[in-house]
Design a protein. Sequence first.
Length: 315
Amino acid sequence: MHNANRIMRRDMDATTGTAAPNNEGSFTIQTNVQGMVDVFLPNMVLGKLPVMRMNNLRGNLSFPQAQTLPSAGWNTENGTATEKTPKLAKVNLSPKRLAAYIQISNQLQIQSEENIQAYCNRFLIQAQAIEYEKAALKGGGSNEPSGILSSTSNYTRIFAGDAANNAVNAQGSRLVWADWVKLVTSTKGVNAPDGQAYLTSPAMLGRAQVTPRQSAGVEGNFILRDYNSGINGFPAYGTTNLPDTFVKGSSSALSAVIFGDYSNLLLASWGGMEVGIDPYTNMKEGMTNLVLGAYLDCGILNPAAFSAIIDAQSY
């Protein structure tokens, strides 16, 4: 006989239902939290180059800087010599504070399968390295050190497009082979030491891989043949620490390329880097603070050692 009052139930399974009694099976399944899947970090490029470093400093730094080439004048046997007085300036460095903190719940530290304090420690250490390299390459923002491309640096500026009147590219321009060559010859033209590498963004290296060296001719003769092959006999490193956000005219997505002698870039630190653990300030809220503190600066000992383009279209 058909039982009209029979309650229909499905078999127990692993899928969580919306309400009992159809989801009892899912209650028996444990969730296993595995190791942290971290973000991808920028390619750190300055560690590959002969950058000058001074650590554990106490006082401020000052470097006298010669501004003129040595010169003398030819004269007659008894003529009065022409005075040739050297012009001097100076490069000053002083501590700039790089700081951040992370608040961690004490309960989270007790219950988390991950060593959450160790992860946050690494997070702050990585943040220090990334922000310092960004400042050394560009910098010049509020409270930041002044890097190679800051508005106060006197590096040799080259405009994208490589023509005598290339500054007329009001919105920037895509680079041609002659631009990459000119970056090298510009430092050579002011007697700078041999440069070591091109630094740019990954987007610019991608553009160089699809840009021929000549306007017409051999197919496949691109500025950069393979991503890691180098350009013009020099390594070419791409890093997102060089942004694609330079502005010219109405363009606000322009890229930079730097070439030069990176031993003229000085990275200075006072007292090293510290990640302190503060369990007291927010104890009543059950929180622990991890605090990053670093006192850093960077300086360009001789800006003529660098040439750069900051209005390159990578799109």
